[in-house]
Design a protein around this ligand. Structure first.
Ligand SMILES: Cc1cc2nc3c(=O)[nH]c(=O)nc-3n(C[C@H](O)[C@H](O)[C@H](O)COP(=O)(O)O)c2cc1C
Length: 189
């Protein structure tokens, strides 16, 4: 699949089948992440790949405990077989050389920007592989406060879970979609 086709077909799918992506497929998705652009303070970003069913259940329950009621949903991970959580140490001080150039908020916005590019690469590669994916925030919101579960999925001390994506296979076929032009304001100078 070429890049334009992958962009046109990429969508967030939530109706996962029992299919468990292979190690080769997961490795291909990791490889796609490694091609994402990184800002210097995000070079030690942590990628947690969770496939253990018992741990996935715990993570789902954590998300449901926060989002189940307001969103009226019984699962935030949609029974997906693979869950990727991306964490990084938030910047607490602007690096010395940049103190006069940028503020702390800008540093952390740059970090969020990097994480976004990683998620984009995950979804594009998943589409290319015929896998389904969906960015999910429900569990991350709770994980930030759950040290024990964070440790269980390998998030290093001092790291903040920032975003996450579920991956698997869906019965819903990918189809080429129109770009969502109405979501944007564009200006030319
Ligand atoms: C930052 C971010 C967080 C999201 N969190 C969730 C989520 O918690 N649960 C969910 O089902 N979808 C989530 N989504 C997916 C969006 O609902 C989806 O991208 C949007 O509806 C557009 O659909 P598309 O991805 O198919 O183009 C999230 C997307 C983004 C970019």
């Amino acid at each position: 699949m070429n890049l334009v086709e992958a962009m046109q077909k990429r969508t967030s799918l939530r109706d996962f089948t029992d299919y468990v992506p292979s190690k080769a497929e997961i490795d291909a998705i990791l490889e796609a992440i490694y091609h994402a652009p990184v800002v210097f303070m995000s070079k030690n970003t942590h990628i947690g790949v969770i496939t253990d069913k018992a741990v996935l259940k715990q993570l789902d329950e954590l998300g449901v405990s926060r989002y189940g009621k307001p969103l009226n949903i019984s699962s935030v991970l949609y029974n997906a077989p693979v869950y990727i959580v991306i964490s990084a140490p938030l910047v607490s001080e602007v690096p010395e050389a940049f103190k006069e150039a940028i503020d702390l908020d800008f540093c952390n916005r740059s970090l969020a920007w990097t994480i976004g590019t990683m998620v984009q690469n995950i979804q594009l590669r998943a589409t290319d592989l015929g896998l389904a994916s969906c960015p999910v925030n429900g569990t991350v919101a709770g994980l930030i406060h759950d040290k024990e579960l964070s440790q269980k999925i390998g998030i290093p001390d001092g790291y903040t879970p920032l975003t996450s994506v579920v991956i698997g296979k869906s019965k819903t076929p990918y189809k080429v979609r129109e770009g969502q032009k109405d979501n944007y304001l564009v200006s030319f100078v």
